[in-house]
Design a protein around this ligand. Structure first.
Ligand SMILES: [Zn+2]
Length: 381
């Protein structure tokens, strides 16, 4: 059995200048600001146990070699082999020679067509609970759209969830499928909290991955500067993903972009969130929307926009976050990527009482309906 070299993740992170939360520095799980999504809430976890990292905001994960490949202090874009060679010459990074058996590589993510087929089958086994249907209707979707888009409720009953995983795994091999992992020789789905599963599709309608919108945002235990434990709300949306050693045979996911509406349109609207994009597209009569899963998650933006080749791009980021400097930075990045890919790029503004573009479109629709009703009532008088 061969040995291989493992580089210390924390040493590497320090060398790369990753912003680490000081009071977690000696914890088993060190919290850091994720350089992939520029997350401000230190949601990237660097594990001293597994020597791997994972970001709970954008789903990026990896080890010292991948981190150094992307964020080495010289700012070079390295492949993993180059990164490995360069790390051998970094005296500040500790090395461990480990027997190969200690780390089983994560299975690669399955091809898009296979993922789409398996996720569709998975969603087909689930139901949509009444309160989730009500939530989606309230946003402005109609039942046909809700059914067509295949939103489903995440099963919270353990036995039911296992039963569904048993059926699914009897039909498909679930290796390389984010969201699933294996324990006691059985496939399981990650998560227990109730929420709506939202398919994140590509321009051909294939399901790239699933996001969960939790009914109540999960709460995370955090330690403040005085060493007191407090609770903090985490994001409402999360990828259905099983990265890292906590999930045997699991697979992580990257920040795919959701595409919805008329893909032949020459105007493309850009917003944040798959569900928001679906709602906004529906309320605007099927306009072409793309939804980033987080304003900073632009990894596939160039590829997606290029494949849709729009003439105009209209950015519709939530009004209430536009004053946030991190968001402004992300907006500039989006603009820098999009501008060379279209003839006209602009930002769409609406009254700040409506947070998202979906809220604004719904407000406008309801207002129109209300005005029409009043007019008809006056006619009948
Ligand atoms: Zn991240």
């Amino acid at each position: 059995m061969g040995a291989y070299i493992n580089f210390d993740l924390l040493d590497t992170a320090m060398l790369c200048g990753i912003d680490i939360k000081r009071n977690t520095l000696f914890a088993e799980e060190v919290e850091a600001r994720c350089p992939y999504c520029c997350d401000r809430r230190y949601r990237m976890y660097l594990s001293r146990l597994t020597n791997m990292f994972y970001c709970h905001n954008c789903g990026s994960g990896g080890n010292a070699v991948t981190l150094y490949a992307d964020f080495n202090p010289r700012g070079l874009r390295l492949n993993n082999y180059e990164s490995f060679k360069a790390l051998l010459n970094e005296p500040s990074v500790k090395r461990y020679d480990l027997p190969q058996i200690t780390e089983k590589p994560e299975p690669p993510i399955r091809a898009l067509e296979e993922r789409s087929e398996i996720y569709s089958e998975f969603l087909g086994l689930l139901r949509l609970e009444k309160e989730h249907l009500a939530n989606l209707l309230k946003r402005g979707l109609d039942s046909a759209k809700i059914e067509g888009n295949m939103y489903k409720s995440f099963p919270t009953d353990k036995a039911e969830r296992q039963w569904i995983c048993d059926i699914l795994s009897s039909r498909f091999d679930l290796h390389g499928m984010p969201g699933f992992y294996r324990a006691d020789r059985r496939w399981k789905a990650v998560g227990q909290k109730s929420g709506i599963l939202i398919p994140v599709r590509n321009k051909d309608g294939l399901i790239q991955g699933l996001q969960i919108r939790f009914d109540t945002p999960p709460v995370k235990q955090v330690t403040n500067a005085f060493g007191d434990k407090t609770e903090k709300k985490d994001g409402r949306f999360r990828w259905f993903s099983t990265a890292g050693r906590g999930f045997p045979d699991g697979t992580g996911i990257t920040s795919y972009i959701h595409v919805t509406g008329d893909v032949t349109s020459d105007t493309l609207y850009l917003t944040e969130g798959g569900l928001k994009a679906d709602v906004a597209s529906h309320l605007s009569g099927g306009r072409l929307f793309i939804g980033l899963t987080g304003v900073q998650n632009v990894r596939y933006l160039k590829e997606v926009v290029t494949s849709l080749h729009p003439k105009r791009i209209v950015e519709c980021v939530d009004m209430d976050i536009r004053t946030n400097p991190q968001v402004q930075k992300a907006q500039s990045k989006i603009q820098a990527i999009c501008t060379p890919l279209c003839e006209e790029y602009k930002r769409f503004f609406w009254p700040a009482d409506q947070k998202g573009v979906d809220d604004y479109l719904l407000f406008r629709k309801l207002k129109k309906e209300h005005e029409k009703k009043i007019k008809e009532e006056n006619k009948n008088v």
